[in-house]
Design a protein around this ligand. Sequence first.
Ligand code: 16G
Ligand code: MG
Length: 604
Amino acid sequence: MSPSSSFRFDSVLSLILKDQPLSDALQHYGYGTAGFRFKASIMDGLMVRVGLLSILLLLETPSSEDMGIMITASHNDESYNGVKLARPDGSMLTPSQEDFLTAWVNENDAEKWKRLLEDKAENLRTNQPCSDSERTLHLGRDTRVHSPHLSLLCCQGAQACVDALVVNSNVRILDHGVLTTPMLHHIVLHSNPQYLPSYITPRPSRNGYIQTFAEAYVYLMTHGESAGGGTTINALHVDGACGVGHQAVKELTLAIQDLLEENDGQSGSCTGTVISAHNGPGDGPLNLDCGSEHVQKQLLPPIWYDGTPTTTLDYCCALDGDADRIVFFGQDAASPSTVSKGDEDGDVETPTGQLTHLLDGDKIAILIAHVLKEKLNDVPDGSPTMGIVQTAYANGASTKYVESTLNLPVKVAKTGVKHLHHAAVENFDIGIYFEANGHGTVVFSKAFEEFAIKQQQNFNSSFFVKLHQLINPAVGDALCDMLLVDFLLKSALGGWTLQQWNDMYQDLPSRMLKVKVQDRSIIRCNDNETECTEPDTVQPLLQQAMSTVNQGRTFIRPSGTEDVVRVYAEAATREEADTLAALAAQIVYDTCNGVGDRPSASSF
Ligand code: 16G
Ligand code: MG
């Protein structure tokens, strides 16, 4: 080791161990289902380390490939923040990369750090993997107040690592500023075009993202069977959760309008949907009584902070705080005082109205599958395979509809987007995956790409190519999903309402509960979390409880994001679903060392 490189390591070590030490407010920083996520006030030291370690991960990728870092805490309140990494193909970290990151983020031994850096430097000297190729670490952040500060710390850690380790190399740190999570994934994927099909032009920027999806949407809206054919165009009201998705919706809408105007004359009477964005940053508190998590879990419309609508809104959708989830809904005219919000002067009653429909991730997946099945029926043989990936939380009625009515296979994956994504990639040419909470997308295989190209070349049909262009293959994306659903309802299905969509099947009544236990890590589940394997007394008792109600299904799992055990139950009637949920919660409490009051049937 040369003295100069030792000196450089000293400056890195002093940054992570002395200038920005890890907060001692937490004993261990765990990489959860969706990255590191904590109160923003304890994240400074963590961010420097994540920046540094991201450069090490970037240098470990086999060839010249880019990676990304997104700073957001999604649907959590404003006091939280988080950081997650995106791999070259736009997806999330592998389990071994997560383990590496978690182990080193929590390491405070200067000697161990020094050895890691020395090994890395030695490795670079021997293998020189990036001497002639440029690699970029892309950074994006949401609109939380502390995001710029945390992003800066992350850049500092990354830059210190580059300065210390990577002599004469082309490693760039590119801060894109404010982005939605799917925009960051898009940029990382488009920076590694070897992962894109030939018919998707690489556009690794915010504007490239907007143009890619606006163009595909406008093409599909103006070339579909019902395009310009008198489709009812009612406005789509978008709840941006007072977060980063709001501005992106506005940009996308403007780009769509520009393209439609350019197209005018060729496209006949198609004027596109009027998309009206509400709840931007500063209009109200981030994710508070608004956004997809609120609408889906509370079964209430959002507060429209920019002025409460007093009329019925029959076509709405809500994004989450980083715009990677979406649910659709309709709402009745605002009725007074549905939500009570406290402020310094006492209670303020805010009129919100009632939900008329809720179209969640299960319903979005089925809408997509329904239309694609029809389209594939129309093409000559050799169709790509198609299937749906759900989690155990998918309503039993949706699973039955897919298997019995659509005649498509269903795979059940473990909770967490990365599990669904992989199951979709591994099992199908067209893999449609959605969590009930509204996170999802469609992934396409190489065989699908060849099929889509053949359809275009031999049969003059660009539908499948354009469909692929409208979908973000890297990650669930609220904005693409919004445009896709709008196209399916308005054009592909000739003008369906939310009511018609909702009537495809009726959900079984369901109930979710949380139970506190002393140590939730004693609970183990099978691969797709439909059964509890440890403690071994639990599952027989759950089976017994299920047999007491009609169409009963219940499962329990330790949460990956909160210190609770989650209970899900569904059954033929509301009463039976509630009874089953209460029984399952009591089983967890009794067999897994419950804390606090024993759950009872009257708790809801
Ligand atoms: C995270 C996951 C989400 C999952 C949720 C489950 C990502 C990007 N997000 O938010 O997919 O539904 O965790 O939370 O993977 P739980 O383990 O607390 O139930
Ligand atoms: Mg999110």
